[in-house]
Design a protein around this ligand. Structure first.
Ligand code: BGC
Length: 494
């Protein structure tokens, strides 16, 4: 079933007039890191090969009706069997950086840390060696949503025991691959995963109880992240000399009326909830921001219950604080936010749970971001500046940014997306002093787009999912990105 995509038009309030200044013809800093990103379940396939255990996404995608057209990641891009070819794709783009994730159940088929699958270890060692040979450094995500099913059966992230099990998985990753990896990300977009999995029911485990369950899941994710950070610091850092960060995602939240103090406060609150739920404990105080505490309490009070937000102990706060050497930030789009009093008039939005905390979030955003996100290049500049101001002295890497369509080779809309976002990012770095050190385009190739299956394509390379060989073909955006990377920016005469 083909998906109909609306043209990337902007709703009222998203007009170009919020973009400041002309196109900037300048280069990025000399040491700017150019890369591309993927994740294990989305590309690897080989779902039951060589001792790999089932992941929660193997199971979830096999349940009828969970994913569009009942697609699944059994074969996906078959990257498991195209590793060398895929590294060549990265090399052909002229990139020196590549972000990928490790499948937990390929390493630990049941999640039991004493039962290691050597063939899984061999696969990632081959990938890392092949990248090194091609002069490409790896940024490795330890968790991009594909937990072993056996751990899912025990409650997954809802079960407090997961915190130490995740730490043990990370320990094996550091032991086995740490000599070859300088940048680690503990978790990918934990907020998105908690919201979609426990709030909107679109992702595994398909639940709709964000305040009851999602808040607890988030609590465990933060504790797990912090433990892994300390593990690396204490046992690996000195020898391996790498850095540990986390990949967080938030839309830029723009006040609907920039002249309204109420709207501006609502937008700032939205940032502190969406980004701050994780970033405050990790980069600032060790604890949740006040906006999350009062917001969750208010929503619960409306429902006649006590706040469902778990509390960190003093010791946990101490452990959480300062547990990232850099911030990975995934940017896709921007939301318009307005004050709660105005929001009441608009009525409930599809994002109502979070909207209740923050003021209202763009009600025109009817579906998940993959299908219907608004293209707002200036949002990347505003948010890069907000992050730099809010977390001063933290190095920021854009660990994902990309555009979805139906997979056509002449993907001029994706070219425009990259050109405009990267120019706004350049302005943030050159004109405003934003501390962004690198950019990983999402994605190297078309892949399994979670609940949208293969109907939504983000790749710079087309993958023919009807071909048993999964032929890869470069799109126009691959040539564009390669040229931009080669020039390290935008030249005067172009
Ligand atoms: C995720 C990716 C996903 C992308 C596009 C991010 O939320 O990290 O796995 O494919 O956005 O939706």
């Amino acid at each position: 079933m083909a998906t109909n995509f609306p043209p990337p038009t902007l709703p009222a309030g998203f007009s170009r007039d919020r973009q400041q200044g002309d196109f900037l013809k300048e280069s990025f800093p000399d040491d700017f890191a150019w890369g591309s990103a993927t994740s294990s379940y989305q590309i690897e396939g080989a779902h039951d090969a060589d001792g790999k255990g089932p992941s929660v996404w193997d199971t979830f995608s096999h349940e009828p009706g969970r994913v569009e057209c009942n697609h699944n990641g059994d074969v996906a891009c078959d990257h498991y069997n195209h590793l060398e070819e895929d590294v060549q794709l990265i090399k052909n783009l002229g990139l020196k950086h590549y972000r990928f994730s490790i499948s937990w159940c390929r390493i630990l088929p049941t999640g039991d840390p004493s039962n290691v699958n050597q063939k899984g270890i061999d696969f990632y060692n081959r990938l890392l060696d092949c990248l090194a040979e091609a002069g490409i450094s790896a940024m490795v995500t330890i968790y991009h949503w594909d937990m072993p099913q056996a751990l899912g059966d025990k409650g997954g992230w809802m079960n407090a025991e997961i915190v130490d099990l995740f730490k043990e998985f990370a320990r094996i990753c550091f032991e086995q691959f740490g000599g070859k990896v300088k940048q680690w990300l503990t978790l990918n977009e934990p907020m998105v995963f908690a919201l979609l999995g426990y709030g909107f029911g679109m992702h595994h485990p398909g639940q709709r109880d964000f305040f009851g369950k999602g808040c607890r899941v988030i609590h465990h994710l933060i504790l797990a992240h912090a433990k892994v950070y300390h593990l690396y610091e204490a046992s690996f850092k000195e020898k391996q000399n790498g850095r540990v960060g986390i990949a967080l995602c938030s839309t830029w939240n723009e006040p609907r009326n920039p002249n309204s103090e109420e709207d501006r406060q609502a937008a700032e609150r939205a940032m502190r909830v969406a980004m701050g739920w994780f970033a405050w404990p990790i980069f600032k105080t060790g604890d949740y921001p006040e906006e999350v505490k009062t917001g969750v309490a208010a929503v619960c009070e409306k429902n006649g219950i006590k706040s469902t937000l778990p509390e960190f102990t003093k010791e946990e706060m101490r452990l959480n604080k300062g547990t990232a050497d850099f911030l990975g930030w995934n940017y896709y789009t921007t939301s318009l936010v307005w004050s709660p009093s105005e929001a009441e008039k608009v009525g409930p939005t599809p994002f109502s749970q979070v909207a209740q905390i923050t003021g209202s979030v763009d009600p025109e955003w009817k579906r998940g971001k993959c299908m219907f996100f608004h293209v707002v290049p200036w949002g990347i500049r505003n948010m890069a500046n907000w992050l730099t101001k809010t977390f001063p002295s933290v190095d920021i890497y854009i660990t994902e940014n990309g555009y979805s369509d139906e997979g056509q080779l002449d993907d001029s809309d994706r070219v425009d997306f990259f050109r405009n976002h990267l120019n706004e990012l350049l302005k943030a770095i050159r004109l405003d002093g934003a501390r962004v050190k690198g950019y990983y385009a999402w994605s190297l190739m078309d892949n399994f787009e979670w609940s949208n299956g293969y109907n939504v394509r983000f790749g710079m390379h087309h993958v023919d999912f009807t071909d048993p060989k999964r032929r890869r073909t470069k799109k126009a955006s691959a040539d564009f990105y390669k040229h931009l990377v080669q020039s390290n920016g935008f030249k005067e005469n172009e």
